[in-house]
Write a protein that binds this ligand. Structure first.
Ligand code: SAH
Length: 485
């Protein structure tokens, strides 16, 4: 059997977008992903559907015994003919033990490539507004591990204390007392500024600033936990003016519950606005076969959703049949989709509701005219009411079904873990969410719920949840406008 190839990939410090384009391409195409705890879930989502994801945890950061298992796994999977992405935090060669993996690959004559990553040693300080070098302040920077060797061997601090550049310690939290103690003992000024950056470049980034003298106290007080970077030198003071990363706004996580096909556009818009989308569909759209032979008899066609437009045109054979028919769209999104089919709708009601759409068409038609409403199986569209109110002959055609998805409870709990805001774009997604959880909402905690409009809000409230945001314009974008305001 042909051997697979191994890719030793650095994935950067945490912010998903710091992944290189090359790393992204390779992860998307690999059969097997071997990763550790510094890897963000968003990176794993790039993997092929059927790719095997293997978590081999702490070893990489804790310098532990698991490295042998990692090496063996890489070799075994490649010998099985798989292309393997070995994805590591930061850069694979900066305390990443990439070299040991390569030794194992070489020994087994397995082909490999190295894709360097953005190492946390410079990028995490950057996310805290601290440049590792700066004209006049630091003409070099030095990166150390804060671990001792298994045999207890420690750095030569007599030399390190004399260095004039910036000192950066990775994995330094546990031995910080030794680091600080030795630096002072060998003559480093005890007023030298120190910053410790926890979970840098993620939404949980936290920066603690002090001096060699008081940093140990601060570590205790703030209960600082790894992964963290310690940076020592005058450059730390630049943070005062240079800090820029607003992780509290930037990295809110927003749950997208709509149909998989439509989720992507919304997710992209969430990313563009600086938050993180998480997709978990609660409905599925299924287009139906509909008979459009008798279209000629209608004076107007009303489209009640973008999905309706797509389903309608999937069934339409010759667009010219529409030439004398007035066309109404329920809202801007529906209008945009119509325009994709080179149709400019004659009207959009001011309020994006089917009732208003049915009312507005009166201006474009005469008594007893036939009017077709293209809609879904569950849309609230009351033909009898419109017929009697407006003296026209309304008919409806169901162009697609909205199927609720029952999502596994465990899966919901997992997805909701660090979600800040849950979005609902229709009543049926709310219902499917409710049914999947059996009405048990304790996992919602203080997460906010955002609703596309009054009807969806009503369903949310009826089922016992609270609406924190409601769109003013009843579209996905309108909802994001309110959330980000
Ligand atoms: N290869 C990695 C480093 C692996 S060692 C790189 O080039 O960045 C693991 C250590 O890196 C952690 O203990 C911590 O000191 C540092 N580290 C990695 N990612 C970090 C992050 N997002 N925030 C803070 N420290 C991080």
């Amino acid at each position: 059997m042909k051997k697979g190839k191994a890719y030793i990939i650095g994935a950067g410090p945490g912010d998903f977008e710091l992944l290189t384009i090359k790393a992204k391409r390779i992860i998307e195409n690999s059969d097997c992903i071997v990763y550790d705890r510094l890897i963000s879930e968003d990176i794993l989502k790039l993997a092929k559907k059927d790719a095997e994801l293997i978590y081999l945890g702490k070893g990489n950061t804790e310098g532990g015994l698991i490295q042998d298992e990692i090496n063996e796994t890489l070799v075994k999977k490649c010998l099985d003919g798989k292309n393997v992405a070995r994805v590591k935090g930061g850069d694979p060669f900066v305390f990443g033990r990439g070299g040991e993996e390569i030794e194992a690959l070489v020994k087994n004559e397995i082909d490999f490539e190295v894709i360097p990553g953005i190492t946390s040693s410079i990028s995490v300080p950057a996310y805290a507004g601290i440049p590792v070098t700066h004209r006049g302040l630091a003409r070099s920077f030095h990166v150390f591990t804060g671990h001792t060797m298994e045999n207890g061997k420690w750095h030569n601090f007599e030399n390190i204390a004399k260095l004039e550049g910036t000192l950066v310690f990775l994995m330094g939290v546990k031995n910080l007392d030794l680091i600080v103690g030795d630096l002072i003992k060998f003559g480093k000024n005890s007023k030298t500024p120190v910053a410790i950056i926890e979970k840098g470049a993620t939404k949980n980034q936290r920066v603690t600033v002090g001096t060699l003298e008081n940093i140990l106290e601060l570590v205790e007080k703030n209960k600082i936990l790894p992964p963290a970077i310690t940076i020592i030198g005058e450059v730390v003071e630049l943070r005062e003016n240079f800090k820029w990363f607003k992780n509290d706004i930037l990295a809110k996580k927003i749950l997208v519950t709509r149909d998989k096909k439509q989720a992507k556009e919304m997710s992209d818009n969430i990313s563009k606005r600086g938050a993180i989308p998480v997709e978990l569909p609660f409905i599925e759209i299924e287009n139906l076969k509909i008979d459009l032979e008798s279209l000629k008899k209608y004076k107007a066609i009303l489209f009640n959703s973008p999905n309706g437009v797509n389903a309608f045109f999937e069934n339409l054979k010759d667009i010219r049949i529409l030439s004398n028919i007035k066309i109404g769209a329920v809202g801007v999104k529906t209008k945009e989709v119509l325009e994709n089919y080179k149709i400019i709708p004659d009207f959009i009601p001011e309020e994006y509701l089917v009732d208003r759409l049915a009312e507005e068409v009166v201006k474009f038609t005469n008594e007893n005219d036939n009017i077709l409403i293209v809609t879904s199986d569950i849309s609230p569209c009351n033909i009898e009411k419109y017929n009697s109110l407006y003296k026209r002959n309304y008919e409806k055609v169901v162009a697609y079904n909205t199927k609720k998805i029952k999502v596994d409870r465990e899966k919901i709990i997992e997805a909701l873990k660090d979600i800040d805001i849950i979005t609902f774009l229709s009543s049926s997604t709310v219902e499917a969410f409710y049914e999947s959880l059996d009405g048990d909402f304790f996992i919602l905690g203080d997460k906010k719920i955002a609703s596309i409009g009054p009807m969806t809000s009503e369903t949310i409230k009826r089922l016992g949840m609270k609406v924190s945001y409601e769109a003013e314009k009843y579209t996905a974008d309108g909802l994001l406008d309110i959330i980000f305001k």
